[in-house]
Design a binder for this molecule. Structure first.
Ligand SMILES: [Mn+2]
Length: 354
């Protein structure tokens, strides 16, 4: 039995326990997870069959990638939602997610429907052997890219050049990008490193810059995500001290990972250590997040999270310190929560000064 069929059986059985008889997914990742089809459309799964509704332009792809599903061709000019609503009338439906305006339409016409994205994530969080192998491969490629970054980062090279070379290498090594998006890796140098989500610019690397290199790439649809911060030329003692603080906190975060741990507790451990060091005000994002088919997915390692880590999760730990008008530092790894805790991205974390 193929993995997609197995997943459908599992998710449908679990939905039946909750008194639903149909499962519907419209989210691109759920659609892929349950059918193998990497395109847009919707899938309806019930006891008797699996129907994928897609537009004519994706029909051929769907037939190849989801050969054991029935493909319904929604011809141009027709609404996918009309088809779906028609097929769901009178049934008890567990839906993943929809835009609010369309969800309201579905609710109006399909009486017994529940939208519950978390239900789907519960399955996706528990990665199987194959999924872990894919994430490991992506992590290995990212490690190689850090080695390559180590070689090419130098005074006078622009952030854009670095990004271009790394993305090109990644593609040649077999990486893909998230469904429906290009990569947005981060190469942020000097003042740009103070913005956690900087985009690569034409800025050239300077003596004294810190350079945040944040890479996420997919292998066979599965993401690994890691960040290293490199130094160029002469760095101040302040930079070196803050770097060691971030590194210490990142390692502390990883040590706090265990099956059954509250994600908010891991975030707290990291934040508390930064408070002690007088740096907590400069830690302006979450400690980490899950990865899988999406770059950011549950569980969420942040203060208000109710998630609890479980075996099969793959998460990041990525504390950062961003001092306005000065510099930014982030260190991030992708970690597999199993019987043991396995760090999948292995590039060294000592401050590398080029
Ligand atoms: Mn990340």
């Amino acid at each position: 039995m193929n993995i997609f069929k197995k997943r459908r059986e599992k998710i449908l059985n679990s939905a039946k326990d909750l008194e639903f008889d149909v499962v519907v997914a419209s989210n691109l990742e759920n659609l892929y997870y349950l059918t193998g089809f990497r395109g847009s459309g919707m899938v309806i799964i019930d006891e008797s069959k699996t129907l994928i509704f897609t537009q004519t332009l994706d029909k051929g792809k769907a037939e190849i990638q989801a050969s054991d599903c029935e493909i319904i061709d929604v011809k141009v000019g027709n609404s996918l939602y009309d088809f779906i609503i028609e097929a769901l009338k009178g049934r008890r439906v567990l839906f993943d997610d929809l835009r609010v305006s369309i969800a309201d339409k579905v609710r109006e016409r399909v009486k017994d429907v529940k939208f519950d994205p978390q239900f789907f994530y519960k399955f996706r969080r528990r990665k199987d052997y194959y999924e872990i192998e894919c994430i490991k491969k992506a992590a290995m490629i990212i490690d190689k890219l850090f080695e390559f970054a180590n070689e090419i980062l130098s005074v006078g090279v622009s952030e854009r050049q670095v990004a271009g070379e790394l993305i090109s290498k990644a593609i040649l090594m077999g990486c893909t990008f998230p469904i429906g998006s290009a990569s947005n890796i981060i190469i942020a140098s000097g003042i740009n490193s103070t913005y956690p989500h900087a985009e690569p610019t034409d800025k050239k690397l300077n003596n004294g810059d810190l350079i945040i290199v944040d890479l996420f790439f997919m292998y066979e649809g599965y993401v690994a995500d890691a960040t290293r911060t490199f130094g160029l030329g002469s760095l101040s003692n302040e930079v070196k001290e803050v770097y060691e603080a971030v590194r210490e906190v990142q390692e502390l975060g990883i040590k706090s990972i265990a099956d059954g741990t509250f994600c908010k507790d891991i975030d707290k451990v990291c934040r508390d250590r930064l408070i002690k060091k007088g740096l907590a005000d400069f830690f302006i994002h979450s400690t980490g997040h899950g990865v899988g088919l999406e770059v950011h997915e549950p569980p969420w390692l942040r203060p208000n999270s109710n998630d609890v880590l479980m075996k099969g999760d793959v998460v990041t730990i990525e504390p950062g310190v961003y001092i306005p008008n000065k510099f930014g530092i982030r260190i991030e790894d992708t970690i597999y929560v199993s019987h043991n805790v396995e760090i999948l991205t292995k590039f060294p974390k000592e401050l590398i000064i080029l």
